[in-house]
Ligand binder design. Structure first.
Ligand code: HEC
Ligand code: HEC
Ligand code: HEC
Ligand code: HEC
Ligand code: HEC
Length: 478
């Protein structure tokens, strides 16, 4: 079955295999969910000092240099948070080589205002202090390269998304109000003990805060390029009050428990070594990027991302107990999103890839069906049951450059607590007897290797392929 308006990659029916259909228990039609359709393009995109980014300061002008302290300065007292954040994708947000390559292309092909749009989320301090004006990567001051600083999140005074053009957060819709002696803290804090003033900002404990960077809208055509927040907002997690922080500012084990019980979990610790024990929020921000070690993080961080990915999904095979030789064996493969508070995969879905590798084998090990293997160039075989998106430019050609995206050619994502399934059919040879075995594995990788190689101009970057889940079944052949 083809979804209206959604082009699936063509699955050429091979002699022994064809996908019979796709039974989406919870379906995702492009444009069917208003939150994910295009937003109104900006009529007059802001092209002030912050380019197309919606990031702002109190007077709309550039901030003085020195408006942000480095992570090391906060770490003098808040060592715990600094250690937790070290090597996270937040810290690598500017230096991440895959981001760097794409952003430099944006600068050349689309201009400075688009580059600033990118950097408004990937290096907010660089944009608000005007450090990208008239500099190159070589001459850029170091503070701009330090990703998302403590002093970005803890100097945000106001979220402007809901009062802005789109009436929803996105494209760095917030105001930064720096003050060396004042930090904004979450509602759970005990402000009295701090060495600096602390003002409470309730929004720090809410998904809307994360949404200001985790929703990307193409400023010129209104297309939603990343909509993790909208996916969450439509889900049972939002209904039960489970925020992004309840999973991403918790260990993977705790987050899995949160997804199972649908009740947020509290962590007790110290915000600062001399402080009282209190409710804290670990700053690991573990996501799905298992390449994080090669991007400048550590092996430990990569292991955390793998653990998060392995916690997210369950794979199921629905098959008959027996089948007659010479008859086709029909079965369903079902992918369940059990622990992600948003679609699976989410965010940069035009780059992210998730797919099922499937084998049907006889007892003697003869392969009756193999789908979802890798081609020689590293591509996933075109017949695979796959998830993610293909973004297209105005002419309908596939593109990985966010500024070129005018449409989505394909999008298939597993909604939170939902599932997606495909039917398969394999003709069994007449002479077959004994048992037939179905082996299925669910894989994830952050980007197609050939795209990474072309962006980096280097074939040696090894994109990690993570096995998220597996399932198997045995069927008697009568
Ligand atoms: C509204 C905030 C925002 C804007 C604007 C933005 N990004 Fe990002 N970017 C993100 C977030 C959040 C992620 C991580 C999502 C994920 O992990 O899937 C990300 C991830 C990426 C990645 C993936 C990196 C990797 O290692 O896999 C690339 C590449 C990237 N962005 C490039 C760009 C470019 C180029 C632009 C400008 C044209 C841009 N981004 C604009 C927030 C933003
Ligand atoms: C000289 C030591 C010191 C430095 C440097 C310092 N802090 Fe703090 N900070 C504290 C103490 C002490 C507390 C209170 C801890 C507690 O409540 O247990 C605190 C509390 C906080 C809180 C939590 C407030 C709340 O109510 O939950 C935030 C947020 C914070 N600091 C951010 C920062 C940031 C960002 C930096 C760097 C720009 C920084 N701090 C630098 C000592 C420091
Ligand atoms: C119930 C727990 C849970 C909640 C709530 C949750 N997440 Fe996630 N998140 C996960 C899991 C599990 C993964 C790994 C699987 C995946 O990539 O979706 C993940 C992955 C991610 C990724 C990496 C995606 C990729 O493929 O690169 C980003 C970015 C992210 N989450 C952001 C958010 C934001 C923003 C929110 C709130 C709007 C949020 N998450 C809410 C559990 C959660
Ligand atoms: C991406 C945004 C972000 C960054 C970067 C960030 N924080 Fe936080 N921080 C938060 C949020 C959100 C909370 C509150 C979470 C909640 O209440 O659910 C928080 C809570 C805190 C608290 C109080 C709770 C606790 O865990 O102690 C302190 C102190 C703090 N941050 C300090 C820091 C320091 C120091 C750094 C840099 C090493 C830092 N933060 C980096 C978003 C951030
Ligand atoms: C100032 C913008 C900004 C804010 C605020 C922000 N993020 Fe991010 N986040 C990013 C960017 C940019 C990246 C990706 C960097 C990259 O891949 O190069 C990212 C990456 C992540 C990842 C890792 C994704 C992966 O693939 O591993 C997670 C998880 C995440 N953010 C969660 C959160 C949560 C939860 C909050 C709210 C508490 C939050 N972020 C607030 C900009 C932001």
């Amino acid at each position: 079955m083809f979804f209206p308006g959604v082009e699936r990659p063509i699955r050429k029916p091979a002699s022994f295999l064809f996908v019979v259909g796709s039974l989406a228990t919870s379906f995702l039609l492009l444009g069917a969910e208003p939150a994910k359709g295009p937003a109104e393009p900006l009529e007059n995109p802001p092209i002030g000092p912050f380019g197309y980014s919606l990031i702002n300061t109190e007077d709309g002008g550039l901030l003085e240099e020195g408006s942000f302290q480095s992570v090391e300065e906060c770490a003098d007292c808040h060592e715990r948070q600094a250690e937790e954040m070290a090597g996270s994708m937040h810290q690598l947000a500017h230096t991440d080589p895959i981001y760097r390559a794409t952003a430099e292309l944006a600068r050349v092909e689309a201009g400075e205002e688009v580059y600033l749009h990118c950097a408004g989320c990937h290096s907010p301090q660089g944009v608000t202090m005007g450090l990208f004006h008239g500099t190159t990567e070589e001459t850029l001051p170091d503070i701009a390269k330090q990703g998302i600083l403590c002093d970005v999140c803890h100097q945000i005074t106001e979220l402007t998304g809901t009062s802005g053009h789109w009436g929803e957060p996105g494209n760095a819709s917030f105001v930064i109000s720096p003050d060396e002696d004042r930090k904004f803290g979450p509602p759970a804090g005990d402000d009295a003990a701090a060495d600096h003033l602390v003002e409470t900002r309730e929004f720090l404990a809410s998904s809307e805060f994360c949404a200001s960077c985790h929703t990307i809208i193409h400023p010129l055509n209104g297309l939603r390029l990343e909509h993790t927040y909208a996916e969450w907002k439509d889900s049972v997690y939002a209904e039960k009050g489970i925020q992004c922080q309840d999973c991403h500012m918790r260990s993977v084990e705790t987050a899995v428990r949160v997804a199972e019980t649908m009740v947020p979990a509290t962590v007790i610790g110290r915000s600062e070594p001399s402080g009282e024990e209190r409710e804290i929020s670990p700053h690991f921000f573990t996501g799905a990027n298992a390449n994080v070690e090669q991007l400048g993080g550590s092996a430990e961080r990569a292991a955390m991302a793998e653990a998060r990915l392995k916690s997210a999904a369950r794979l199921e095979i629905v098959s008959p107990e027996s089948v007659e030789a010479g008859q086709p064996l029909g079965f369903d493969v079902v992918v369940h999103n059990v622990a992600a508070g948003h679609n699976l995969p989410t965010s940069l879905t035009e780059l992210r890839e998730m797919w099922v590798e499937l084998k049907v084998l006889t007892e003697a090990g003869e392969v009756l069906l193999h789908s979802g293997g890798l081609e020689e160039n590293g591509d996933i075989s075109p017949r695979a049951m796959r998830f993610g998106a293909l973004a297209g430019d105005a002419q309908g050609n596939v593109t990985y450059k966010p500024w070129e995206v005018e449409q989505f050619l394909f999008k298939r994502l597993v909604p939170p607590k939902g599932s997606e399934s495909d039917q398969f059919e394999v003709p069994l040879p007449r002479e077959l007897s004994g048992r037939v075995r179905i082996d299925a594995k669910l894989f994830y990788r952050s980007a197609p290797p050939k795209v990474v190689a072309s962006l980096l101009g280097d074939e040696s970057f090894e994109v990690k392929q993570v096995e998220m889940a597996s399932a198997n079944a045995e069927i008697a052949v009568d």
